[in-house]
Design a protein around this ligand. Structure first.
Ligand code: GLN
Length: 192
């Protein structure tokens, strides 16, 4: 059985734990750097990327997470977590972890649409996945090694680059666990 960590500093942590457990895997809420040694893959949840970053600095997570990635361990960023993973953020000089070769724009679906749901076709996951978008970012552009998995109204909302998976929406907020299952499959493949 694989152990999936959920970065537990801020945001929709419990919902991811619930989704991982519904898929039959073990979930660990990661609040301390030492716990990274114990997990096979990590989900960085949605929430508020600036707040999460502040806590990541406070608890010394930046370098250990880069190290975790350099060991080839899978990482999945959802919404704010996607922003945390990105190499470039529109309007900012520096990224957070800067791991995934994508450029993201924050809060890019407009104020009048702070949150909404949309049915998405996600490559390798589902043709009819309900994506819950909450002040969501989108992926403006991707590097050559990045596979676009889903778009919505012409904007990229899910992508994968080898060990890295990211999406604009919150896959943990419904009872459809296929996106979580896809990540768990990535983790199992890597472990084997
Ligand atoms: N708008 C948030 C940010 O920029 C992301 C929102 C979310 O994770 N639901 O960090």
């Amino acid at each position: 059985m694989v152990k999936i960590g959920v970065l537990g500093l801020q945001g929709a942590v419990r919902e991811h734990v619930r989704s991982i457990e519904a898929c039959g895997a073990e979930a660990v809420v990661v609040k301390k750097v030492e716990q990274l040694a114990d997990i096979d893959g990590l989900i960085i949840p949605g929430g508020e990327s600036t707040t999460m970053r502040r806590l990541m600095d406070k608890y010394g997570f930046i370098e250990p997470l880069k190290q975790f990635a350099s060991e080839g361990k899978p990482m999945f960023g959802t919404c704010a977590g996607l922003i945390i993973l990105a190499k470039k953020i529109v309007g900012y000089d520096e990224p957070h972890l800067g791991l995934m070769d994508i450029t993201v724009e924050r809060n890019s679906f407009g104020r009048q649409r702070e949150s909404f749901e949309a049915s998405l076709a996600i490559k390798g996951v589902a043709d009819d996945f309900i994506g819950v978008f909450i002040r969501a970012p989108h992926i403006v552009s991707v590097g050559p090694d990045v596979d676009v998995l889903a778009t919505y109204e012409g904007r990229i909302v899910a992508a994968r680059q080898g060990q890295f998976l990211g999406c604009s929406f919150h896959p943990e907020l419904t009872d459809d666990h296929r996106m979580t299952q896809y990540f768990i499959h990535m983790v199992k493949e890597t472990k084997e």
